[in-house]
Design a protein around this ligand. Structure first.
Ligand code: SAH
Length: 386
């Protein structure tokens, strides 16, 4: 399939509920066009942006800095928009997971991980995934479709609602960091991810800075430069193996973009330097990629890249063939990296009891035929009264 045919086949549905278009997920330019299209001056779009993304307001009637007439016009024609929550779970360690359900019936998960000095929201970019990484639960689910910018921003907004974290700029926030590490491959849905991240980074709204955002990719080499240039976010790369033979097997996208090409794209990643390193994720799989020789080879292949390594203890899921390396092995691996001057914290598994840890996310969503998709949407959309 060509790029544009792929984009079309997996496109998200239009952002409409109850027959009314949603404003959530429109870029600033689109919002301005929408507002001037109603015969209102452009500065009203700026005010509206503030209400939606700084105050978290969903009821136009409460947007008191807008004229009454304008508020009524908005209520008649639009909705701000919120994703539906099918399930909200909390782990014994404080991690939370939301299963979101969109109007066409498709579902994804997002996860909040609290730590002493920060709170990280892990956001999904696709329903399902094309990558089929052998050790990843999401990888057993076929790609259903891309998420729209509305649905990606919606995950952040919904978590903020849940913490009652409005206005967005207030002190003591629970969501300080954002990682594009949920379901899907963000660089295979770049346009929607980029649009969403620009909204999320906007200083007059959610205002999460690019320094606090990390996008994780399994290595979609041709998109990495654009990601750095257009978004400037931190990059994480799911490396997981030090030679092509093993990586071809466990991260099959390696057959298309092998390690040497991937590492060159990392060296070329815009804005990368010693104070702003690329994170290499390395899942610890017993007897697969966890030997002393693997650790030493990892030091060699990363030596000329500003890098840090995140060692991720493998999180099991039902039916999986792999086992996690022992903690002695993981510590030994980390020690070898440290001796080679490679910083390598071990990522603590979080939210395992609610299947919220890395690689455990999966929804029941299946890819529907076009006729079935249209029927699901029609059933969800009750036309607005005119
Ligand atoms: N597609 C992107 C975004 C997903 S990020 C990417 O591959 O980077 C999810 C991270 O969790 C990736 O580093 C992935 O390799 C890792 N992961 C997947 N399954 C896992 C598992 N069972 N245990 C631990 N980490 C896992």
């Amino acid at each position: 399939m060509t790029g544009s045919a792929h984009t079309q086949a997996f496109a998200p549905p239009p952002a409409i509920t109850d027959g009314r278009p949603l404003l959530l997920g429109l870029s600033r330019e689109e919002l301005t066009e929408t507002i001037t299209g109603l015969g209102e001056p452009a500065f009203r779009a700026k005010q509206l942006w503030h209400w939606i993304y700084d105050r978290g307001e969903t009821d136009f009637a409460q947007m008191t800095s807008l004229s009454k007439g304008f508020r009524e016009k908005l209520t008649e024609r639009f909705e701000v928009g919120r994703p539906g929550v099918k399930l909200h779970q909390k782990s014994s360690d404080g991690t939370q997971k939301w299963l979101l359900r969109f109007p066409d019936g498709q579902e994804v998960e997002s996860v909040h991980i609290p730590e002493s000095d920060r709170g990280t929201l892990c956001v999904s970019s696709q329903v399902g995934c094309t990558l089929t990484c052998r050790f990843c639960h999401t990888g057993t689910q076929r790609l259903v479709r891309n998420l729209s910018a509305t649905e990606i921003v919606g995950q952040v907004i919904l978590a903020k609602d849940s913490f009652d974290e409005w206005p967005a700029s207030r002190e003591g926030r629970q969501i300080t960091n954002l990682v594009m590490m949920g379901m899907g491959e963000p660089l295979y849905n770049f346009d929607n991810v980029a649009k969403a991240l620009k909204i999320i980074m906007d200083g007059e709204g959610l205002g999460i800075s690019k320094r606090k955002i990390t996008l994780s990719t399994a290595g979609v080499v041709p998109m990495m430069k654009r990601c750095g240039e257009e978004l400037g976010v931190n990059l994480a790369v799911s490396l997981h193996a030090v030679n092509d033979e093993i990586r071809d097997h466990i991260v099959p996208i390696n057959k298309k973009y092998p390690i040497a090409e991937l590492l060159q794209a990392c060296r070329d990643y815009p804005g990368i330097h010693n104070a702003r390193r690329i994170t290499f994720e390395y899942v610890m799989l017993k007897d697969v990629n966890d030997s002393d020789a693997d650790a030493r080879q990892l030091i060699r292949i990363l030596k000329d890249i500003p890098a840090k390594v995140n060692l991720i203890p493998f999180n099991p899921w039902p039916g999986v063939q792999f086992e996690c390396s022992t903690s002695e092995r993981i510590n030994r691996f980390a020690d070898i990296l440290a001796a080679g001057n490679l910083s390598a914290p071990v990522r603590q598994p979080r939210g395992q009891d609610i299947f919220a840890a890395c690689g455990q996310l999966k929804s029941e969503s299946q890819r529907l035929k076009k006729t079935e998709r249209d029927a699901a949407l029609a059933a969800a959309a009750v036309p607005a009264e005119t």
